[in-house]
Structures are given as C-alpha cells and as structure tokens.
Design a protein around this ligand. Structure first.
Ligand SMILES: Nc1ncnc2c1ncn2[C@@H]1O[C@H](COP(=O)(O)OP(=O)(O)OP(=O)(O)O)[C@@H](O)[C@H]1O
Ligand SMILES: [Mg+2]
Length: 409
C-alpha cells in the first residue's frame, strides 16, 4: 500500500498565499491537501494532483509511472468511479488474447479502450487494424474484411488482401459490429471459431491468427431477442464485455479531460491556456450527448476562438452548451438523461413524449438510417416515417459530432 503524506505542497513552502488550495479525503482515510503557488493554471494542477493521489489509493498503492499523466491508464483519462472500475478490469485482463465486446454510446472512448487492450496484450508489437462496419455496404465490407481475387467483380483488377490478413498475428477492431448484415455475421463467426475465411472470388480458404475486439453502440442482446443479430455470434463476441460509461455519468472527469485536451493543444501550439471557473462550471452542467468526442471538439473550438487570450471565458462556448446550461441547475444529476421535455400533464401526452424521445434516440443510434432505426424500435419503416412527420422530426438524423477523420456515409 502506498504511503501518502497527509499534506502535499506542490511548490513553495514560504512566501505568499497559495493561488490554489484543494483538499480531499482518500478512500484509505488519508487527508490530502494540495496547495499550488504561482502558475495561472494552479487550480488545474491541484485538481490533477488530488486525482492522482485518489487513483493511487484506489489502485491499491500501485504508483503511476512517472512518465504517465496522473489519473490516466494506458492513455485513458478518468478517475471517476465507473472509469476506475473499467481500468481495474482492463488491468485484470492484461496479457489475455480473449475476444472482447466493448459497448458504449458514440464518442465515449471505445476505440481508445480497444487500443489499450491491444497495447497491453502479447500482440502489442503487431498490427492494430480498425474498421467501421457501418461505413460500407455489404459487398464492399466483405471485400474489405476478407479481400478479393482479381476479376471477382467489376473493378477488381488485382488481388487485394482483406483486413483480416493485414491484421494476421495482431488485433482486429471491428467497430459498429451491430451494423453487420446477417450474411456477413455468419462469415465473421467462422473467423472467430476457426480463423478461416474465403476471399471474394477465391476457391481456397485462408487461415489467420487474429484477436478480435468488437464494439457497438447498439443493444446487441435485444437485437438477438428480435432476431436481427445472431445469437451464436453474440455469445462468441461477448466472451468478456467492457462498458464505457457515457460522460454524463462521470462529470467529475470533465476537469481532467479538459486539462488533458488543453495539454495536448498546448504541446501542439507551444502556448498555454486555461478555462475560467465559470467556463468549466458550464461544461460540467452540459449533458454531452456526443460524449468525450464532443468535449474534445469543444475544447479545440474554444482554443481557436480564444485567439491570443490565455484565459478562455464562457461567452465563446458553443450555443448548444450555453443554451442548455443557461439558467439550468448548478450540476445535472449524474443519471440525468440528455435534453428533457416539459413534464407531460396527461397519460397520452406522456406516452407521446416517450415515443418521440425513443424515436429521436433510435434515429441518433442508427445515424439517421430509418430502416435500422425502425428495426431497432420494433416498428415498420412506414410507421416510423409517419411518426417522424407527425412529431416534426424530419431531417433529424440524431447525428452527434463526428470524428474528423471518419469516412462514415
Ligand atoms: N477517457 C478518455 N481519455 C482521453 N481521451 C479520450 C477518452 N475517451 C475518449 N477520448 C477521445 O475522444 C475521442 C473519441 O474516442 P473514441 O473514438 O475512442 O470513441 P468511440 O466510442 O470509439 O466513438 P464512436 O462510437 O463514435 O466510434 C478520441 O479522440 C479519443 O482519443
Ligand atoms: Mg469508435
């Protein structure tokens, strides 16, 4: 168990009053006080030092490597309870080559977790290959995954290896696996069970040794119940499952994440900037439907818009953040669902509000694809279209902010 000092002074024993002074009682009962002198980002430094101490105790005294930023594990920043649980689980399965299913909303950090799993496995020196199953139609995805032989289809002018071959001896990360067609699900199951597949247009099977990590923002168990996802594939993928919690369930991590993104931008641009307390408070009140990716984009936006100012004030926050937080509660309840509707007065109104909300969320999960959203909601596509019109939701794809390098349709 680590021995922690009861008081930790980050800099300066004498002289003027500290510019930031924070204290907390750790899980082992130790009172830690951090005082930071001088720098303009003293509050952030103090917050990070406290979070590092908490994490050290939570991990049973395993000191973080000095080169690692505090409160992060394998590049995953977070000290809130659900993130500590996730990192503990990651530590427990380090070195394993088991198939893993990562679940979580868009932008929560599923790919980051997949990379951490690869980096801490015995395959770390080998390739980590990632693809997004929703970015291709069925034929293209088959060719992308399994490769093709020359002449297999119009335009196939040469043999092309599939990503499973590229990832041989390494890790293959299959993002949005819930979007795979039933025909491809069968082929994926074969790779998982026997490591074999048939490239498009080939007559000979190929064998590979690939660790598969899959991710989804959909509820695969209910897709299995509805018959839209193969049960055998679900169990084969779900050997170990990891859930990455939405950002609204770990608002305590927002200051750490903000600092992490500011540090990255600071390294890139060779200058430092800090958020005012008010800006940070506003960020902590937001519901973050786009999760960490939305926060990352917002910090970069604030960084750019603040120009030469070293202090980032709340008047340049995105309108969606200012609007939603303006006049709202100081801090949203941790379980608060994203944008809420006025409280309905009657049962039919309540039913309509719930229906509307489910449709908006279904469309968001399906990235605006009505066929898929209807399937997931258990209604016909025609019925969904009627309801979308009735609720005035035309044009609502429910898309959150996207990754700038992502080539999704
Ligand atoms: N805990 C975290 N610490 C640091 N950065 C994070 C964290 N979580 C997410 N990010 C960053 O947020 C961005 C989105 O993360 P990532 O792509 O892993 O999310 P995702 O769940 O795979 O998203 P999607 O569902 O849209 O595919 C990335 O730039 C990632 O580095
Ligand atoms: Mg992803």
């Amino acid at each position: 168990m680590a021995t922690l000092p009861t008081t930790e002074r980050v800099s300066g024993e004498d002289g003027p009053q500290p510019s930031a002074k924070l204290e907390t009682t750790l899980a082992n009962g130790t009172l830690v006080r951090v005082e930071v002198m001088g720098p303009s980002d003293s509050e952030a430094i103090a917050t990070r030092a406290l979070a590092a101490a908490s994490l050290e105790v939570a991990r049973g005294g395993v000191a973080p490597r000095p080169s690692e930023p505090p409160s992060s594990y394998a590049g995953i920043v977070g000290a809130a309870a659900p993130m500590r649980d996730l990192c503990r689980l990651l530590q427990r399965i380090r070195g394993s080559n088991a198939t893993i299913l990562i679940t979580g909303e868009n932008g929560t950090g599923k790919e980051l977790v997949a990379r951490a799993l690869h980096d801490q496995s015995t395959r770390t020196g080998k390739r980590f290959v990632a693809t997004n199953c929703s970015a291709f139609n069925d034929n293209l995805l088959e060719s992308e995954l399994f490769g093709h032989r020359r002449g297999a289809f119009t335009g196939a002018i040469a043999d092309k290896p599939g990503l499973f071959e590229v990832a041989d001896h390494g890790t293959f990360f299959l993002d949005e696996v819930g979007d795979m067609s039933p025909a491809l699900q069968v082929k994926l199951l074969r790779v998982l069970q026997e490591g074999i597949f048939l490239p498009v247009g080939a007559t000979e099977q190929r064998k590979v040794d690939v660790r598969i990590i899959a991710a989804t923002n959909r509820d695969l168990a209910s897709m299995v119940a509805r018959g839209t996802f193969r049960e055998d594939l679900f169990y084969r993928l779900n050997v170990v499952s990891l859930h990455v919690p939405p950002l609204r369930d770990r608002i305590d991590d927002i200051p750490l994440l903000v600092q992490h993104f500011l540090d990255r931008l600071s390294k890139r641009d060779g200058r430092t900037k800090t958020l005012t307390q008010r800006t940070l408070a506003r960020l902590m009140e937001h519901a973050w439907p786009g999760n960490v990716r939305e926060l990352e984009n917002e910090i970069e936006r604030l960084w750019v818009l603040s120009g030469d100012d070293a202090l980032i004030s709340d008047d340049i926050l995105s309108p969606s953040i200012s609007r939603r937080t303006a006049g709202g509660p100081a801090v949203q309840p941790k379980t608060a669902p994203a944008p809420s509707l006025p409280t309905p007065k009657s049962l039919p109104e309540a039913v309509a509000a719930l229906e509307r909300r489910m449709i908006v969320e279904g469309l968001r999960r399906a990235k605006g694809n009505k066929t898929r959203a209807a399937e997931e909601l258990g209604i016909s596509r025609r019925n969904l279209i009627r309801k979308v019109q009735a609720y005035g939701l035309e044009g609502s794809s429910g898309r959150g902010p996207r990754h700038p390098n992502r080539d999704e349709p």
